[in-house]
Design a protein around this ligand. Sequence first.
Ligand code: GDP
Ligand code: MG
Length: 163
Amino acid sequence: VKPVVALVGRPNVGKSTLFNRLTRSRSALVADFSGLTRDRHYGEGRVGDTPFIVVDTGGFEPVAKSGILHQMARQTKQAIAEADVVVFLVDARAGLNAHDHDIARLLRKLGQKVVLCVNKAEGMQHGSAVAEFHELGLGLPCPISAAHGDGIADLIEHALEGL
Ligand code: GDP
Ligand code: MG
């Protein structure tokens, strides 16, 4: 059984860019995911010899003025529940955001394994890219650049560790 990695975060942090990078060498999206809800964006990735399923959630799209957790589609909560590990993306260039705090709180409450991933970190020193995100209380943040491909293998190895 392949581990399922859900990509979660507020809009524009780079979830789809990371999804495309993780899955782009696959010839096709995986057609059949028995036991998983179908109507989301699934693909297959591989690190070394280890294949995994990756889910791109778009459920944090902005709607009106209500809090981000109210905006979160049921589908996203379901994707989190179905995942073996959640990769929670934040944006090194935009910095820490109130919505990041809201999502972090929800993820801690749900109790899933979470890897905090600081995207758009290309050209930044790792220490300074991740510094402010420690306060989310989700452990050591992994700096990556989904657009440039930096740090992706380390991120996935860390996410799949122990699964
Ligand atoms: P999503 O809404 O979380 O799916 O975010 P997208 O993948 O659509 O990316 C939002 C924007 O961030 C786009 O303009 C991307 O080109 C940009 N982006 C994504 N990853 C990176 C990155 O690693 N570095 C930089 N500088 N921009 C990025
Ligand atoms: Mg997207």
